[in-house]
Design a binder for this molecule. Structure first.
Ligand code: UN1
Length: 516
């Protein structure tokens, strides 16, 4: 097993890899460093719908042999992957920083999350338990088995180009499925590097296929592959709009995808909260990763008794934060990709102006914070940088309280009563992550019982979930499926039941039940 890989200097050409071979043809493109657009990270070739289809066919061909490998041995492959990731942690994290602009510390954390995922699931290779179940008849034996689903097509976003794909790829492979992975088209080098780790760890080239393609080609190819019966599971992390389209497509083929979509994650600050802690939590939740996490803070919902103090401290913390060059110690770096920056600006800068006009501008800064250029680390002109903004005075029916922004923009709302706080926390229809800051355990439990989010933090950030808890949301945040933790095994296996009658005569369920 090769122990270290030199991706940062060896990313000449990155393209789709089907059954271990580079897919022919493809449209040339470039992956660039969002903190320095002159820095080309990789020359890329994007495939089309036929590439997706070919990968799905190859996956179907390769899956039975991989499923025949005993599960504990598949687990051992993941142990190798964990080891390779550990040995290459710094290099892979540097590549994450270079390709998507994630600050160095967070990038190391991201690789660690992939290591944690491998370590969690390698043990599942020895535990893919089924059950023995009592029968209602004598000499009849009932069992349940987890069976792999077959071929899983996994489409992932680029804000977590290694960790989030690992949540799907690792358990899917452990369960004996073949995987076609279509990573975000703005993080192809990270994808190639992570796939390389998995192949070198021992995942057969026939069981893991990498497809680089844009959204339109992916949809077209996926539709054809579903039509041809080549795909048994689709996993998707990304926007609610695209998730809805994937859900519709899968629904037409009677499939239930695993969807992890957007969020409008609330952070409630109660009067008995430790305000310094709440500000620290809001700063990381709202502006870490430039607000480009599905778990990023949407609206800070602050009790009127502490609202002004919270807002002042929060605004100060934001304006003092270092922002810029992601190789340095900064709160956040650039936007991931030009599309993210332009969408954010198009969707939200106008709204910020409207909000300004709508709610007035004299009170404690309706648009409260924008980082001064002096606070910038590096050269802002070279990359896709975006100033942080806090908008206070947000109301429940404002767009800002109801729609995900996916950028460094946090709304602050004031509340007086509990129901008002819960309406702000829930009524936007998303339900991914949430947080409450309080020193009263009764308030914390009440919140967890009433919030619609799939994930709840008490006195901690809305983002930063650990790899062994179920991750996922409700409503517009997903279809209730969960990634991470052992719960995801239900996405990548199907239960099969078996009854075995040793009576030597036909026993009929419901009819031959012994009477007492
Ligand atoms: C995402 O943004 O899609 O909880 C996932 C977190 C990370 C994962 C975020 N562990 O913020």
């Amino acid at each position: 097993m090769t122990t270290t890989l030199g991706w940062t200097d060896a990313l000449e050409a990155v393209g789709s890899v089907i059954a271990g071979r580079p897919a022919p043809g493809g449209t040339p493109a470039r992956s660039t460093n969002p903190a320095d657009l002159d820095d080309v990270v990789a020359e890329v070739r994007f495939g089309d719908a036929s590439t997706v289809l070919a990968a799905c066919r190859a996956a179907g061909d390769g899956q039975p042999a991989w499923a025949a490998v005993p599960a504990p041995v598949r687990g051992q492959v993941l142990a190798n992957a964990a080891e390779l990731l550990r040995r290459n942690k710094e290099a892979l994290a540097r590549l994450v920083t270079r390709e998507i602009g994630k600050p160095a510390g967070e990038a190391l954390g991201e690789v660690q999350e992939a290591i944690d995922t491998c370590e969690l699931f390698l043990g599942e290779g020895r535990r893919l338990y089924g059950m023995t179940v009592p029968s209602e008849m004598p000499d009849k034996h009932l069992f349940t088995f987890r069976r792999p689903v077959g071929t899983a097509v996994i489409v992932t976003a680029g804000n977590f180009p290694v960790a989030v794909p690992s949540w799907y790829l690792v358990p899917a492979l452990l369960c004996g499925n073949a995987v076609v992975w279509k990573p975000a088209d703005y993080s192809p080098a990270c994808a190639r590097a992570f796939a390389e780790i998995l192949w070198r760890a021992g995942v057969p080239a026939d069981a893991l296929h990498l497809v680089l393609a844009d959204g339109a080609a992916t949809f077209a190819g996926l539709e054809q592959a579903l039509e041809a019966g080549l795909v048994q599971k689709v996993g998707f992390t990304g926007s609610t709009d695209v998730g809805r389209r994937i859900g519709e497509l899968c629904g037409r083929h009677l499939q239930s995808p695993c969807l992890e979509l957007g969020g409008k994650n609330p952070l409630v600050v109660m009067p008995d909260a430790d305000l310094d802690l709440a500000v620290e939590g809001a700063l990381f939740s709202g502006f870490g990763t430039a607000g480009q996490r599905c778990t990023s803070l949407g609206t800070a919902i602050v009790h009127e008794a502490v609202h002004d103090e919270f807002l002042a401290r929060f605004a100060r913390a934001v304006s003092e934060a270092a922002i810029g060059d992601p190789t340095r110690d900064v709160l956040y770096g650039p936007m991931i990709d030009e599309r993210f920056l332009s969408r954010f600006e198009q969707d939200w800068l106008g709204l910020i102006r409207d909000h300004h006009e709508l709610h007035g501008s004299t009170a404690t800064g309706r648009i409260t914070a924008a980082a001064p250029r002096e606070g910038f680390v590096g050269d802002p002109g070279r990359g896709l940088f975006c100033h942080p903004t806090i908008v206070s005075g947000v109301r429940a029916d404002d767009d800002l309280a109801r729609t995900e922004t996916f950028g460094p923009l946090v709304g602050v709302a004031r509340f007086a009563g509990w129901d008002e706080a819960m309406a702000l926390a829930n009524d936007h229809g998303y339900g991914l992550s949430s947080a409450i800051y309080t020193s009263d355990p009764r308030t914390a439990f009440r919140f967890h019982e009433q919030v619609t989010a799939g994930m709840v933090s008490v006195n901690n950030s809305t983002s930063g979930a650990e790899a062994h808890l179920p991750f996922g949301g409700n409503g517009k945040s997903g279809n209730g499926s969960r990634q991470s933790g052992v719960w995801v095994l239900d996405q990548f296996t199907r239960w099969q039941s078996m009854n075995w009658d040793t009576a030597g005569r036909l026993q009929k369920a419901q009819m031959d039940v012994a009477q007492v």
